[in-house]
Design a protein around this ligand. Structure first.
Ligand SMILES: Cc1cc2nc3c(=O)[nH]c(=O)nc-3n(C[C@H](O)[C@H](O)[C@H](O)COP(=O)(O)OP(=O)(O)OC[C@H]3O[C@@H](n4cnc5c(N)ncnc54)[C@H](O)[C@@H]3O)c2cc1C
Length: 393
């Protein structure tokens, strides 16, 4: 039977009426790009002026997209997801730090996550955003091969040590880790660090997974090159495929620098590349461990169909589906119900520190045609269904 993503009773079975009401209010607000722009500006201004607005953020968008302010607070959500067969990827969403002490603190927290995930089936993966453990401007210089000062060279050595320590802990404890992708003007630096350690730690299993943003026009070639390299050097290639979260920013950057943009200029081109990359990964399933990080129904159905055509079992250990917490439960719960491997990124952290993440989610849910309205329609449908059911009783 074909998969049906419209069964809202199943998708929202873990959500109380109160939670549904709150979620539909938030998606209604996010549906309007101008409201999001205004609220983003007001929030940033309020934090600049040190106004006490944490409680407003906490009870609205934070609760929708985050598991809590610390690891322990995520337990309730984590257990709830686990009961439905959905794994959590605890995502310590602190980014934009500037000093070594903060970077060390993020490293310690990531190591705690890995140790919590050890032998814990409800946390099948961990993840790392390099800008949580390194200064953006340093990565930018490394990316551009700009000579570093002696001080920066020490900073770079410290970054490599931190990165190595996190990946080695993941390896020793057998907890795979996704290295997230970021802006193109620091991505080459991230790729070089990641790919080097993949060769070292992925000999028996894909412990380190890189992320490829398929809105970029050079990523099919990159994927093919990585597969060749993995074959030649006998390691498993862990790949998280996403479309990419910085599309507007990439175009703006290219315009400012007067250089060609590295991202596709039509949604159709990005979609085609994402689907093509999924197929390339499945064609190389003996070498590649794929995670499709998407809320796109068509791409999800495309991957399901390819798996079925190639007689790859739903729960094949080399194929994962992943969504972000607070988004597309209809996809996550339906897939998990059909026995596919499903995970959700579950971000957490002090409210002020996760603001950049929350802004990206709000913008994503407005700028993407139809995404917020699709979520909203599903929430309204489920609210209506529950109302009618109550009337029938
Ligand atoms: C588990 C998971 C992990 C993630 N990790 C990362 C990460 O490491 N790095 C990262 O950058 N993002 C990451 N993301 C975010 C991801 O990139 C966004 O969720 C994604 O952009 C939304 O795309 P979609 O596949 O859900 O679907 P859709 O809603 O179908 O696609 C929207 C996306 O299409 C692209 N797009 C929109 N308009 C155009 C256009 N005119 N021309 C070309 N392309 C266009 C953009 O990338 C846009 O975000 C992750 C997402 C998930 C679910």
């Amino acid at each position: 039977m074909p998969i049906n993503f419209n069964n809202t009773e199943f998708a929202y079975k873990n959500r109380s009426n109160k939670e549904l009401n709150k979620a539909s209010f938030i998606f209604k607000v996010m549906n309007n790009p101008n409201t999001v722009k205004l609220l983003t500006k007001l929030t940033l201004l309020a934090y600049k002026l040190h106004l006490p607005i944490d409680w407003i953020v906490r009870s609205t968008i934070f609760q929708q997209f985050c598991g809590g302010e610390n690891m322990q607070e995520c337990d309730t959500t984590l257990n709830r997801m686990s009961k439905s067969g959905i794994g959590a990827i605890l995502d310590y969403s602190v980014e934009g730090n500037h000093d070594e002490e903060s970077f060390e603190n993020v490293k310690k927290e990531l190591i705690k996550i890995i140790l919590k995930a050890k032998n814990n089936l409800s946390i099948p993966y961990s993840c790392l955003k390099i800008t949580g453990i390194a200064r953006f401007e340093l990565l930018e210089k490394i990316n551009a091969h700009t000579p570093l000062t002696a001080e920066e060279q020490t900073e770079f050595e410290n970054l490599k040590k931190r990165f190595y320590e996190i990946c080695e802990t993941a390896y020793v404890n057998n907890v795979p880790i996704f290295i997230d992708a970021e802006e193109s003007w620091i991505q080459k630096a991230i790729d070089e660090l990641t790919e080097h350690l993949m060769e070292q730690f992925n000999k028996n299993r894909a412990i380190i997974s890189t992320t490829l943003q398929m809105y970029r026009n050079d990523k099919i070639e990159h994927l093919n090159n990585l597969i060749t390299r993995a074959r030649e050097n006998k390691f498993f290639l862990g790949v998280k495929l996403v479309r990419g979260a910085y599309w507007e920013k990439e175009n703006e950057y290219a315009k400012q620098k007067n250089i060609p943009s590295v991202v596709h200029q039509t949604k159709e081109a990005t979609d085609a590349c994402f689907n093509q990359a999924v197929e390339i990964c499945l064609n190389n399933i003996e070498t590649v461990v794929l995670c499709a990080g998407t809320h796109n129904e068509e791409s999800t159905l495309h991957l399901i169909k390819l798996m079925s055509d190639k007689k790859i079992p739903n729960n094949h250990p080399n194929v994962y589906f992943s969504q972000l917490y607070g988004m597309s439960d209809h996809i996550s719960y339906t897939l998990a119900g059909e026995g596919y491997n499903v995970t959700k990124y579950l971000p957490y952290g002090p409210i002020k520190s996760v603001i950049p993440y929350l802004i990206r989610r709000a913008e994503e849910n407005t700028s993407i045609k139809g995404q917020a309205s699709r979520e909203l329609q599903l929430l309204i449908k489920e609210k209506q269904r529950r109302k009618e059911q109550k009337l029938l009783k």
